[in-house]
Design a protein around this ligand. Structure first.
Ligand code: ZN
Length: 523
C-alpha cells in the first residue's frame, strides 16, 4: 500500500470512527484524568478501610464483606463494568473449616499373602497436620529410607520413588517436635512419591497428646481435593506399628551408619481419609472493568490489584494479631488499605479517560491474602476473563510509608515491564518517584503477595512495595502514619504506566530465563 493512500484511509477512518469512539464527548487525555488521583482521596479511602469499625478486615468476617460492598459501590459510581460475571462486581469463594474424621480414616498395610493390617487414625496412625489430607485413596509400594550420617551422596539415587510411599525414620524431642530427613522427604515428593510414612519413636504420653482431639484445618474451595490430584498423604506411625504391620526391625534400621533407600518388597500401603466439616463461610474478591476502546485489543487485559483484607483483631484464636496496651485492632492501614486505595484511585482515573485505553483494564481487590493468597489463587483458577489474554498484573501492597521518592518494584527484571516503567518514570519527573528493584532478596517478597499467583501462571507482573516497618502486622499500622501525598504520586506513576501498557502495540514480554524459572518451574 502506498503512503498517500494510507494517509487518506487514516483520515477517513478518523472521520468515521470519531463519533463512535468518543460518543460526542470531549477527549480526556491521561494528563487530565490523572488529576482525579489526589492525596485527599487516598487518605479518605484508607481511613474508611482501616477504621477501627472495620476490625482489621479478617478473612472471612462481616467487616470484610462490608469493605467489599463499599469498593463495589465505588467501582459502580466511577462507571466500571462489573467484572465477576453475571453482572456482579463480587466473586465469592468458599472457605471450609474441617477436621479429620478419625473413625473413618485409616492406613492399610498389605504384605505378602497374609491378611492386611489396618492402622486406625488417632490410634495406631496419625495424619500429619500440613493442610487437608487427600480425600481419594492413596495406594503404592514402599521405598524405605534408613540409616543416618551426612554423606553428600543422594540416598534416593537408584531408588524409584515415583508412585511410591517413602518410609523414613524420625526421632522425637521432649517438646513433641520430631526430627527427620526433610530434604530427602521433599526430594522424594518432588520426584513423584505419593505419600510419606514417618516412623517415630514417640512415647505413649506424646502419642496420646498428639492424636487425641481434633485439629481444625482451614482450606479454600469446597475442601475436597479432586480425584487424581497430586496431594501427598502424610502420616506418622510408631516403631511398634512399623514392626508389627510392616515387619521392620526398626532398631537395626536406626543403627545403620549409611543412609540408603531401597524398595520394601511385597508391601503396599493404602491411605483412606474422610473429614468432617465444622463450618463453611465465603469470602469476596471485587472486580471492575474499564472496557478497552480498541475493538481487537479490548480482549486483552491489564490488571491492577491489591488485597483488601488484613489480619483482624487480637484474640486467643487469632495469634496473628497481638494486642498492645488497650489496642487490639490490627488496622492494616499500610497493609494493604494503601494498595486498595491506590487501585480505587486508578479505577477512577482510567474510567475518566476519553477515549478509554485500548486494552481493557481490570481492577481487582482480593481477600485472604494474609491467610495464604487465597483470593488471587481462587481468581487465577476461576478467572472471569481468559488468563491467556491478561497481559500484565500491577500489584500494589504497602505503598503508604517509608521513602518519599522511591518505590521498590519487585519482579522488574523478569519482563520488559521493568524498562517500560523506567521510561514512564523518566517521562514524569514531576512525580519525583524513583523505581528501584528488590533490595531484600532474602525475604522472598516475590512469593508473598498476590501477583505471585498471576506470575506462576504466565502473566508478567510488577509488584509495588515500600518495604516493611516496625508497625508491620501490628496494632500500630494506623491511618495517622500514612504519607498520602507520596502515595498519590506512586498511584499516578502506576496510572501512567498502566496507560502505556494498555495502549502499546505489543503486549509485555517475559525474559525467557525468568519464564523458565517462574512459570515452567511452577508446573
Ligand atoms: Zn500483610
Amino acid at each position: 500500500m502506498n503512503a498517500q493512500l494510507a494517509s487518506r484511509l487514516a483520515r477517513l477512518a478518523w472521520l468515521v470512527c470519531l463519533p463512535g469512539v468518543l460518543g460526542g464527548q470531549t477527549p480526556v487525555p491521561p494528563a487530565r484524568a490523572v488529576t482525579t488521583i489526589t492525596a485527599d482521596d487516598i487518605r479518605h479511602r484508607i481511613s474508611v478501610l482501616a477504621d477501627d469499625s472495620m476490625r482489621g478486615r479478617d478473612t472471612p468476617s462481616p467487616q470484610l464483606d462490608q469493605v467489599a460492598n463499599w469498593i463495589a459501590s465505588e467501582f459502580r459510581r466511577f462507571g466500571l463494568e462489573p467484572g465477576a460475571g453475571d453482572g456482579n462486581y463480587l466473586q465469592h469463594y468458599e472457605i471450609v473449616r474441617s477436621e479429620v474424621d478419625t473413625a473413618r480414616t485409616s492406613l492399610t498395610v498389605a504384605r505378602g499373602g497374609g491378611p492386611p493390617v489396618v492402622l486406625r487414625a488417632a490410634r495406631e496412625m496419625d495424619v500429619l497436620p500440613f493442610g487437608p489430607p487427600p480425600l481419594h485413596d492413596v495406594t503404592g509400594p514402599v521405598v524405605l529410607l534408613s540409616g543416618r550420617g551426612n554423606s553428600s551422596a543422594d540416598p534416593l539415587a537408584g531408588a524409584d520413588v515415583r508412585g511410591a510411599w517413602l518410609a523414613l525414620l524420625a526421632t522425637s524431642a521432649p517438646s513433641g517436635m520430631i526430627s527427620l530427613d526433610v530434604g530427602t522427604a521433599q526430594a522424594a515428593l518432588a520426584a513423584g512419591a505419593v505419600g510419606l510414612l514417618v516412623v517415630s519413636d514417640r512415647s505413649d504420653e506424646q502419642w496420646r497428646a498428639r492424636t487425641s482431639g481434633g485439629r481444625p484445618i482451614q482450606s479454600v474451595g469446597d475442601g475436597e481435593s479432586s480425584p487424581g490430584s497430586a496431594d501427598p498423604a502424610l502420616v506418622e506411625i510408631r516403631d511398634g506399628s512399623a514392626a508389627r504391620a510392616l515387619g521392620l526391625d526398626v532398631a537395626a534400621l536406626r543403627a545403620e551408619q549409611v543412609r540408603r533407600a531401597r524398595p520394601l518388597r511385597g508391601v503396599t500401603l493404602t491411605f483412606h481419609a474422610e473429614r468432617r466439616v465444622i463450618s463453611a463461610a465465603r469470602a469476596p474478591n471485587v472486580i471492575g472493568v474499564v472496557e478497552g476502546s480498541d475493538p481487537t485489543l479490548k480482549h486483552e487485559y491489564v490488571f491492577v490489584t491489591a488485597h483488601m483484607d488484613h489480619i483482624g483483631v487480637a484474640s486467643p484464636l487469632n495469634p496473628a494479631c497481638r494486642a498492645r496496651g488497650g489496642d487490639s485492632i490490627c488496622n492494616g492501614a499500610d497493609d494493604d488499605a494503601s494498595g486498595t486505595a491506590a487501585v480505587m484511585a486508578n479505577a477512577q482515573a482510567f474510567a475518566r479517560l476519553v477515549p478509554h485505553a485500548k486494552r481493557s483494564v481490570v481492577f481487582m481487590t482480593v481477600s485472604g491474602e494474609e491467610k495464604g493468597l487465597w483470593g488471587s489463587e481462587y481468581f487465577t483458577t476461576h478467572a472471569t476473563v481468559p488468563l491467556s489474554g491478561v497481559v500484565a498484573d500491577l500489584n500494589i501492597d504497602m505503598v503508604g510509608r517509608n521513602w518519599k521518592d522511591t518505590i521498590a518494584v519487585i519482579g522488574r527484571e523478569q519482563s520488559d515491564l521493568g524498562s517500560t516503567l523506567d521510561r514512564v518514570a523518566a517521562a514524569h519527573p514531576e512525580l519525583d518517584i524513583k523505581p528501584i528493584g528488590d533490595i531484600w532478596p532474602s525475604e522472598n517478597f516475590y512469593s508473598r503477595s498476590d501477583h505471585f499467583n498471576f506470575a506462576r501462571r504466565g502473566v508478567p507482573i510488577l509488584f509495588f512495595f515500600n518495604g516493611t516497618h516496625s508497625d508491620y502486622h501490628q496494632v500500630t499500622d494506623e491511618v495517622a502514619k500514612i504519607d498520602a501525598e507520596k502515595e498519590a504520586r506512586i498511584a499516578q506513576l502506576i496510572f501512567y504506566l498502566g496507560v502505556e501498557i494498555a495502549n502499546a502495540a505489543a503486549r509485555p514480554r517475559w525474559d525467557p530465563a525468568a519464564y523458565k524459572r517462574v512459570v515452567d518451574g511452577a508446573n
